[in-house]
Ligand binder design. Structure first.
Ligand code: UD1
Ligand code: CA
Length: 452
């Protein structure tokens, strides 16, 4: 039997935030969700989350995780005290207890599997992950012999200057034999600098404690402050970009681009500098995105090009060209080979095949047909102050520069709208619509001033 306990009750004082520490995010997913994900493949029989500080907020965020049991720790008297809360719930449990710190989010599932296998093979009371750090400040130091047997862990604050020179650090990831741990848990003391009950003290009390060094120290990086948060974000972004580079994506300036695990890319995608992907994005083969673009929850077909633009909750078909400086808002659908040019804003509108909206337009709640040319400065006046209204334009129509289409309005196909028109009435197919005052010419007219 395997049980997992994630420690997430601490306040995270060093983060200086109104948000509980474990809800801080890395690539848009909270630390604690990352920790939960890292152990979901292990199929544990029981899964506990120890919560305390702002417990309701943490619970609310994680309520959708199947089989997750919340255990309350109040007050929070340390990591050992947190695990003591399991003594009742796991009274008759036989097997291993995997303990994970909620603030160590880059751990890989393979490493956890290795830890459990190693633990089972060695028959130790506890096996825990360690690494050697050139700057071990803040971490508990692990004192072990060559056979990986550990005599004790001493927290940074409790170390003598000499002990601080030890670079082997505790990750906060342990696989315990529950029976043996349960016996020593009640005997933990608070004789340390912080007057807390430390889980780390159990290693000196158990019959056989072993450690397992991980090769990549990045994996067990703990996050206590915003500096460490930013370091982990960087490591995670590097991992994500490396994955996609191995799968056919070119990053011109990798470190200037960010993404997350819910973004997928086809082959021969070129990502120019300062380009970011948020939420769920699906980017197909041959797209060229950036520089300077933000893509959020959007689907891009093949060979789409985007330059200095924001694309948010949009569906873009093959061979569409966007930008520079377009703002595509939720509900935008661009059909294949269409083009959206500079300083164009589109919201909740569909744009037909080969249609062009090249300059300075706002299209909202509009349905535009195929091969339409939306002239520079065309605006759909879709909002009357209370309600939003639709604009429909048929295939092969053309709007002149600076047209205002006051919605609700329906323009047929092959309609031409004269430049500078303000249209308030529907226009039938094949018609020319002009809605502006006639130009006056008064010949041989001079102002009085110019005559004197
Ligand atoms: C802990 C370890 C240290 C290790 C480091 C690795 C102890 C005593 N020290 O130190 O050896 O090198 O992690 O990152 O365990 N928590 C609770 N209840 C509490 C206190 C903390 O649930 O009463 C949770 C926190 O929310 C956090 C985790 O336990 O997720 C670790 O607590 P933290 O205070 O960050 O421990 P560290 O000082 O980093
Ligand atoms: Ca920590």
């Amino acid at each position: 039997m395997l049980a997992v306990a994630i420690l997430a009750a601490g306040k995270g004082t060093r983060m200086k935030s109104a948000l509980p520490k474990v809800l801080q995010t890395l690539a848009e997913t909270s630390m604690v969700e990352r920790v939960l994900n890292s152990c979901s493949g292990l199929n544990p029989d029981r899964k506990f989350l120890i919560v305390g500080h702002q417990a309701e907020k943490v619970k609310e965020k994680l309520i959708h995780f199947p089989k997750l049991e919340f255990v309350i720790q109040t007050p929070q008297k340390g990591t050992g005290h947190a695990i003591q809360q399991l003594l009742k719930v796991l009274r008759d449990f036989k097997g291993e207890l995997l303990v994970l710190n909620g603030d160590v989010p880059l751990l890989k599932s393979e490493t956890l599997r290795r830890l459990i296998n190693e633990h089972r093979r060695s028959n130790a009371s506890v096996t825990f992950l360690t690494t050697k750090l050139s700057n071990p400040k803040g971490y508990g130091r692990v004192f072990a012999n060559k056979n990986r047997e550990v005599s004790r862990i001493i927290e940074d604050r409790d170390c003598s200057e000499e002990q601080k020179l030890n670079k082997l650090v505790n990750s906060g990831i342990y696989c315990f034999n529950w029976d043996q741990l349960a016996k020593v848990l009640p005997n933990l003391s608070t004789e340390n600098n912080q007057r807390e009950i430390y889980l780390t003290d159990t290693v000196a009390m158990l019959p056989l404690s072993m450690h397992l060094e991980v090769e990549d120290p990045g994996e067990i990086k703990g996050i206590n402050n915003r500096h460490q948060l930013s370091q982990c974000e960087r490591l995670l972004q590097e991992r994500l970009r490396e994955h996609w580079m191995e799968n056919g994506v070119t990053f011109i300036d990798p470190s200037s681009c960010t993404l997350n695990e819910n973004c997928t890319f086809g082959i021969d995608v070129i990502i120019e500098p300062q380009t970011h992907f948020r939420g769920n994005c699906r980017i197909n083969n041959g797209c060229k995105i950036g520089p300077g673009s933000l893509i959020i929850n959007s689907d891009l077909g093949e060979s789409v090009s985007i330059l200095y633009s924001v694309v948010n909750e949009a569906i873009i078909e093959n061979n569409v060209s966007i930008g520079p400086f377009a703002n595509l808002r939720p509900g935008t659908k661009l059909d294949k080979c269409s083009k959206v040019g500079n300083f164009v804003e589109i919201k909740n509108s569909s744009i037909g095949e080969k249609t062009k909206v090249n300059h300075l337009s706002y299209l909202g709640d509009a349905k535009i047909g195929k091969e339409v040319n939306i002239g520079a400065g065309t605006i759909t006046a879709n909002y009357d102050g209370i309600n939003k209204h639709p604009t429909i334009i048929g295939d092969k129509s053309k709007t002149g520069a600076n047209s205002v289409l006051v919605a609700p309005i329906n323009l047929g196909s092959k309609v031409t709208v004269g430049a500078g028109s303000t249209l308030t009435k529907n226009v039938p197919n094949n018609a020319l619509a002009i809605g502006r005052s006639k130009q006056l010419i008064k010949e041989n007219w001079f102002s009085k001033e110019s005559q004197s």
